[in-house]
Design a protein around this ligand. Structure first.
Ligand code: HEM
Length: 469
């Protein structure tokens, strides 16, 4: 007899079963869930179906949801029935304050309205020039290396995307290891991960060595970002970066902009959200290209035909359709996250005939949605042509690399433009080959990064048009 929950609906009361799941509390299995979430959750979904109930300990039950209908229901149809839970918001908020990713309600809505215009496609022309400049400077560095040099392309993508997002935001490069802001970021994010995965961690105000190190890093972040914001308020020079748009943005309804403190939180959020996911997605794309030479050849053909010797410009990027589809498919099989931020049911609800009690924590684990056999033929096969315009007739929520609904990624256009620019500019100049027999494994902490990096050899192309040969 399944557990039954009472779900009131339009004046009537119905009793619905709880979603299926493993028996007993899983507190002692948490390490498996944290260390090998893909294997662990994958097995559970095979056994129990698309919605699995995971009782962790008394008072804490998680639900793993992987059906596109679940995502549609929670993210788009009834977004007001769900919010992000405190156990997620509090540790994330230690670094990002009340930025878009960690705020809710009126504040989130006002800031989303203020920031949205800065990310519209037509506003990204300046940002494209930043992207191109950064990737060209990386290319020049690589050109100095000996023929066939081995590099960790995952680490290189992190350096590059951090540089791009910081220059695009406020025209300051924070990518160098020695740079105080870059270092502070790494320390602060490592601490957030520690807190997210250690429910019994001592409060942040206690002066333990770990807490003190974090507090120092966060102070550095705040000070540097706030200094840039404040000096910009009085700067008469014209800037075209995102910060200048955010500084002047005014809410049409309330006629107010953002305070320095609010800008600080948003800037820190954008640096964080804007480089880690991007670097992870690109690292896996290089891995795919290394293991699928025929796909690399098709990209090279496209680049030769559409660009010739010209650098990828804002105007020519849309012509790189196949390159775009390769990145889309790479995000399907190797998304940077196993799922979206957790959502908490603010009221009792029903998902596909199952009861969702108030307070339930639901993880939309979109990694499995985008490999769901019901929605994807040969789901494990890498096939960019699934994203050809005449092929896209599947469930709209079967593909969620950027989320959906009101919280959909604000940087989606930025990200897609960045991916094409970087891939095209590098492939024009270099032949990239995977170093054979290296260990390739996913590190599931935060984003799904390659644990040991991705080692490749780089060879300069002497004749661009020989690329397809
Ligand atoms: C391949 C690259 C990227 C991927 C896969 C990605 C993915 C996502 C996803 C899945 C969400 C929604 C999370 C949820 O609903 O729980 C999100 C939100 C967000 N993303 Fe991205 N993102 C990428 C790049 C970027 C970039 C480049 C920026 C900014 C420059 C950015 C800024 C944000 C922000 C601020 C949010 C919060 C939006 C809100 O809640 O209103 N992202 N991203």
């Amino acid at each position: 007899m399944p557990d039954l929950e009472e779900v009131p609906q339009q004046g009537t009361k119905r009793y619905l079963p709880a979603p299926p799941g493993p028996p007993g509390y899983l507190l002692f299995k948490l390490p498996s869930l944290q260390k090998t979430p893909i294997e662990y959750l994958g097995t559970l979904h095979q056994e129990y179906g698309d919605l699995v109930r995971l009782p962790i300990m008394p008072g804490l039950t998680l639900y793993s949801a992987i059906h596109p209908d679940h995502a549609e229901h929670i993210l788009s149809t009834y977004p007001n029935r769900y919010g992000k839970p405190d156990f997620f918001l509090k540790p994330m908020g230690l670094v990002q304050g009340q930025g878009l990713f960690t705020s809710e309600g009126d504040l989130w809505q006002k800031h989303r309205r203020l920031m949205q215009p800065a990310f519209q496609q037509k506003k990204l022309v300046y940002i494209h020039t930043v992207m191109l400049k950064c990737v060209q400077s990386l290319i020049r560095e690589w050109e100095e290396k000996p023929e066939g040099a081995v590099i960790d392309i995952a680490a290189e993508m992190t350096r590059l995307t951090l540089q791009i997002v910081s220059l695009a935001l406020f025209s300051v490069d924070i990518s160098q290891e020695s740079d105080a802001l870059g270092k502070a970021f790494r320390t602060a994010l490592a601490y957030v991960y520690f807190r997210l995965t250690s429910p019994l961690a001592v409060p942040v105000w206690l002066p333990t060595p770990r807490n003190l190190k974090f507090r120092q890093a966060k102070q550095t972040l705040n000070r540097i970002v706030l200094d840039i914001i404040q000096s910009r308020r009085y700067d008469r020079t014209e800037h075209y970066d995102l910060l200048s748009m955010l500084l002047t943005a005014q809410d049409a309804e309330t006629q107010t902009g953002m305070s320095d403190r609010q800008l600080q939180d948003e800037v820190i959020t954008l640096i964080n959200a804007g480089h880690e996911t991007m670097a992870t997605a690109l690292a896996w794309t290089w891995y795919i290209l290394g293991t699928h030479p025929h796909i690399l050849t098709r990209i090279e053909d496209e680049i030769n035909t559409e660009l010739g010797a010209e650098a990828p410009s804002f105007e020519t990027l849309p012509q790189l359709e196949y390159t775009g589809r390769v990145f889309d498919e790479s995000l399907r099989l190797y998304p940077p996250g196993i799922g979206l931020a957790p959502r908490m049911a603010l009221e009792r609800d029903e998902l596909q005939g199952y009861a969702i009690p108030k307070g339930a924590i639901i993880n939309i684990n979109s990694y499995f949605t985008s490999r769901h056999r019901q929605y994807w033929d040969d789901a494990e096969q890498f096939d960019p042509d699934r994203f050809l315009p005449d092929q896209v007739h599947r469930h709209k929520y079967a593909y969620l690399p950027f989320g959906a609904g009101p919280h959909v990624c604000i940087g989606k256009n930025f990200a897609l433009m960045e991916a094409k620019t970087i891939l095209a500019a590098i492939i024009q100049k270099f032949r990239i080959s995977l170093v054979p027999n290296q260990p390739i494994e996913i590190d599931p902490r935060f984003t799904l990064r390659p644990k040991y990096g991705i080692k490749v050899t780089i060879h300069q192309k002497t004749d661009r048009y020989a690329a397809t040969g």
